[in-house]
Design a protein around this ligand. Structure first.
Ligand code: FE2
Length: 366
């Protein structure tokens, strides 16, 4: 058995760990890339830091970062001679920060790198990630999910050495996110832990982390939505561990199909996961029955079927949808989703899925 991990050098978890950030950043101007609502909070938190260096706060993204938004941030960062970048927010903010840090000293447009026309070579600038949701695990993954509105393509930008230098997962920040965001992002973390566990690329190490992550999220997500502090801690840790696991194990068809479906229909990523997870698990069940039985047992269920039923119940209790009807999924969308679902995630799904099988699955959800 062989495996490697490409992780942030400094991973910290716990209440208050975000306060270590100032001591980690190298000298020079720092750019905070954040969600639209985090700017004031960051201003308060970085008041001391701003006395000793230039601090720029870019409330950038309301959904996955677009190529144009990242290009704008790169132009701004080059003008300001940014020496470190901090992603502070959900997956979009952290992925946007990752893309800016990785490409700051590169040439060409973001599109050149996104579509593989150029390969990044330079050492990226210092990057720290501070999640404010428990879901994507983007603080520890070495890719950035971006979208191209011109083509509707949503996929990962991957360049060498993209992992952050520091990841600070602080449940005090996660505790502040609205219940609806906690529910959807938590379903992303649950999906990532389960897809990571049954992935073709799973290793003993990633499976141990994915199992632990699944337990944390499955048992505590409802209470976390009610802001129970211990539950928020558990779900934040679950998200972190799921991120570490998936950074090596990859994911599966929920993410393979969810990216183009979400991009086309404007469905938040966690909601996509909630819609797709149950049906994809039913599809995979016969191929990875033993693995799913094992995971079910770790989650207090009798077998894989019991686990799938309980996931559907959890989704209902959290008020998440069971299909894409309200997002307007119709047969006319199938071709785009099928044409754009053949990502790395689809390749690590434990059972091959033909175009016809993707269409049949979408039919059930429309
Ligand atoms: Fe995800």
């Amino acid at each position: 058995m062989k495996f490697e991990m490409d992780l942030p050098a400094d991973i910290a978890f716990g209440r208050g760990v975000r306060r270590r950030l100032g001591g980690l950043l190298p000298a020079g101007p720092v750019l905070f890339v954040c969600g639209r609502h985090a700017a004031r909070r960051i201003e308060e938190e970085t008041a001391e830091l701003a006395r000793e260096r230039k601090v720029f706060i870019a409330p950038a993204f309301s959904g996955e970062p677009t190529l144009g938004e990242v290009d704008e941030l790169l132009t701004f960062s080059r003008e300001k001679k940014i020496s470190s970048v901090v992603g502070w927010g959900g997956g979009s903010a952290m992925d946007g920060a990752k893309a800016v840090a990785a490409l700051l000293h590169e040439t060409g447009s973001v599109a050149d790198h996104f579509y593989g026309r150029r390969t990044a070579e330079q050492k990226k600038v210092f990057l720290a990630e501070v999640p404010t949701t428990a879901g994507t695990g983007a603080e520890v993954t070495a890719n950035a999910v971006l979208t191209d509105p011109a083509t509707g393509v949503k996929q990962s930008l991957r360049t060498p050495g993209m992992a952050a230098d520091a990841a600070l997962a602080d449940p005090e920040l996660v505790e502040e996110c609205p219940a609806s965001v906690m529910a959807a992002s938590g379903f992303d973390a649950l999906t990532q832990s389960i897809e990571g566990f049954i992935s073709r690329k799973a290793t003993a190490l990633t499976r141990a982390l994915a199992r632990s992550a699944a337990r944390n999220v499955f048992f505590h997500l409802e209470a976390a939505c009610a802001r129970d502090p211990a539950a928020v801690d558990a779900v934040t840790l679950g998200s972190l561990n799921a991120g570490i696991a998936l950074s090596k194990s990859g994911l599966g068809a929920v993410h393979g199909i969810g990216h183009p479906a979400g991009s086309l229909l404007k469905v938040p990523h966690g909601v996509c996961c909630a819609v797709l997870l149950v049906e994809v698990l039913k599809f995979n069940c016969g191929t990875v029955r033993e693995d799913l039985d094992e995971l079910a047992s770790a989650l207090g269920e009798k077998d894989a079927c019991g686990l799938i039923d309980r996931i559907a119940c959890l989704r209902e209790r959290l008020g998440l949808p069971e299909n894409f009807r309200k997002y307007g999924l119709e047969e006319k969308h199938f071709d785009f989703i099928i044409a754009n679902c053949r990502s790395g995630s689809m390749k690590s799904n434990p059972r091959d899925m033909s175009d016809g099988e993707v269409a049949a699955l979408l039919e059930k959800l429309s």
